[in-house]
Design a protein around this ligand. Sequence first.
Ligand SMILES: *Cc1c(COP(=O)(O)O)cnc(C)c1O
Length: 452
Amino acid sequence: MDLRERDRAVLWHPCTQMQDHERLPPIAIRRAHGVWLEDEHGRRYLDAISSWWVNLFGHAHPTISAAVCRQAQDLEHVLLAGFTHEPAVALAERLIEMSPAEPENKKRLTRCFYADNGSTAVEVALKMSFHYWRNRGDTRKTRFIALENAYHGETLGALAVSDLPLYRESYGPLLMDVIRAPSPDCYHRKPGEGWGAYSARRFEPLARLLERHADEVCAVIIEPLVQCAGGMRMYHPVYLERLRAACDAVGVHLIADEVAVGFGRTGSMFACEQAAVSPDFLCLSKGLTGGYLALGAVLTTDEVYGAFYGDFASRIAFLHSHSYTGNPLACRAALATLGLFDERPVLEHNRLLARTMATATAHLHDHPHVAEVRQTGMIVAIELVKDKVHRVPYPWQERRGRIVYVHGLSRGVLLRPLGDVIYFMPPYVITEDEIRLMAEVATEGIERATAE
Ligand SMILES: *Cc1c(COP(=O)(O)O)cnc(C)c1O
C-alpha cells in the first residue's frame, strides 16, 4: 500500500471534511528546507502560509535543528512541577526581557507560565484572570468580553471566546456565555474613511459594554491588529491604545492573544508594541518555536502572580497543568529561534520583504473580483467577492478559494485560503523572486476562481 492508502485507512485530518480526500488526497511530504516542501515524488511546494503560521525562519533550519538534537541527547523531558531545567528558565528570562512594556514600565510582564499550544495558552489566561479576581475576593467577575470575528483556538474555553460559526456552530450548547463586542476590522469602513478613524469609532460600543459590565467581567480578550483565522481582517493600533486605557479605568484585565501575530509578523516584535501598550496576559505559541514543536506561554504581571502566592492552606495556588509543560526540546527550539533574531536585523529585513509583497500584489487592487488587498507587515490578504462595488461575497458553497488552492498546488505554491480570502504569510527567509512567484501563481488562481 502506498502512503496515501495507508493514510486513508487510519488517519483523521484536522480542519478537513474527510470526503474531500476522495478527489484530492493529502500530499505526502518527505522533507522540507527553507520555504520549500518536497513531496514523495520530488515535487516542490513553496510554503506561502508558513505551515499554518508557525514557521518563521524556514523548514529544517540548521541552527534550530542542531539545538533540538543536542537537547535530545541530554534531557528530553522532565515534569516541571517540583523540578526545573535550564531551557525553561532561560526561555522565560528571554520572553520576559523582550515582552512589550509600557512607557516608564507602567505595566510590565514579569512571569511566564507554560502551556503546550495556542489554545491551552488561551485557556490558561482565561482561568488565571478569573481566578485572580476570585482570589482577590471578587466572585462577581465570571464573564469575558471577546470580539466579533475572533479566533482563539478550539478547546472549549478558547472556542467560547471565538466567533467563527464554521468552528463554533455545532458546539454552541457546550460553550460559556461571552459578551460580544463589534470588531474594529477595517474591511467594513466607509469609502474614504481611514483605518484609524474607523477603528477608533468601533471602540465606542466596547467602551459602553465595559462601563455597563465591568462588575461581572474578568477580562477582554483580543487578537492585536490582525484577526487571522477570521480572514486576515486588520485594524488600527489606536483601538488597542483605547482598550488598554478603558480596561485600566474600570478594573478589567486585557488578554492579548499574540499566538499568530507575535514574533515579528506585523512589523514589530509584538503587535501590542505598535500601540505602546502591554496586556495583563500575553498568549504566545505558533512562531515561538520557529515551527518546530508545540509550545505555549502566557506572560503576566507581578500583580497577577502575587494574588496566587501564599500559604498552601490558603488554597489560592494556580493548579493548572499539562503533562508536557515547559518541554525542554520545545524550549530549546524557541531559544534557538529567538537567537536568530539577534544574529540578523530580521524586522528590518522583513520591512523590505513586506514592500516587495505590496508591489507584487498591487495590480490586484483593480481586479473586478477583488474587494480589497490589505497588509500588515508580513501578512497580505486578498478578499475575493462576487460584486466589487457592493462587496457581495460569493456564496460559500461555491468554494472559490479552493479553486485557488488547487491551482496553487498544481503550480507548486501552497496557498490555503480562508474561505475566499487568499493570503500570504510566508517564512521570513523567502526571497524577492519567491514572493513574485507566489503572487503570480495566486493571480492565476484568482483568474480561474473568478472566471464565471
Ligand atoms: C492558532 C491560534 C490559536 C490556537 O493555537 P493552537 O496551537 O492551534 O491551539 C489561538 N489564537 C490565535 C490568535 C491563533 O491564531
